[in-house]
Design a protein around this ligand. Structure first.
Ligand SMILES: Cc1cc2nc3c(=O)[nH]c(=O)nc-3n(C[C@H](O)[C@H](O)[C@H](O)COP(=O)(O)O)c2cc1C
Length: 189
């Protein structure tokens, strides 16, 4: 029997990312975002409510998007629980190490193995959220996490995804099969 859940279950798996921005005085802020996705070949979108980060994005027009890992999960969760509007030393308390991105006007956090560096290209109101679309200007990946094929090894990084139904951070699982390949056998029959 198939049970009905209306529209309560989101499009799993959700990426789990931390958005780095500067406020109007150049102070770094970070917030956890579960509603993020790829919307073009170089474009990513985040959906955010009225947080300090939204003010920052409108002002600075740039952000970094760091991928949450098992090792950065505690700091990442913390920056999703506390607002820089009420806790100005939020970044210090998170323990994250902040540096200026070499590519955009936003802070980068050293502890994350993989980061997108983005310029804001649009800000629109839709479906009760503000949608920010950013163009990825650069992607930086700690070379300790590249595989033998010189491509990123996401499992080695310990990247997690956000499971919104139970509110869990979930480690990536095993490879189940080769995409654009496993279906070929039916095509050939
Ligand atoms: C797992 C997790 C996912 C979250 N996803 C979102 C999201 O997609 N959009 C959003 O507006 N807030 C989201 N939040 C809440 C913000 O991260 C939180 O309100 C944060 O304190 C805002 O920080 P700021 O006020 O310093 O910008 C999430 C929080 C957590 C813990």
């Amino acid at each position: 029997m198939k049970k009905k859940f209306g529209a309560k279950i989101g499009l799993v798996p959700y990426a789990s990312v931390v958005i780095g921005t500067y406020d109007e005085n150049g102070n770094p802020d970070a917030m956890n975002v579960g509603w993020a996705m790829q919307v073009g070949s170089k474009e990513v979108a985040i959906n955010i409510l009225k947080h300090k980060t939204l003010d920052n994005l409108k002002e600075s027009k740039a952000f970094t998007m760091a991928f949450v890992t098992k090792d950065t999960m505690v700091a990442s969760d913390y920056v999703g629980l506390v607002s820089a509007a009420k806790t100005p030393n939020k970044i210090e308390k998170s323990g994250l190490t902040c540096r200026q991105s070499d590519y955009v006007n936003a802070p980068e956090f050293e502890e994350y193995p993989m980061t997108f560096h983005c310029d804001v290209i649009s800000i629109t109101e839709e479906f009760g959220n503000t949608r920010i679309v950013g163009e990825i200007k650069e992607t930086t990946i700690d070379d300790r996490y590249l595989g033998n094929d010189n491509l990123p090894d996401f499992r080695k990084m310990g990247i997690v995804w956000f499971e919104d139904t139970h509110k869990d951070y979930v480690l990536m699982g095993d490879v189940a099969g080769k995409a654009f390949s496993v279906g070929k056998k039916l095509k050939e029959e």
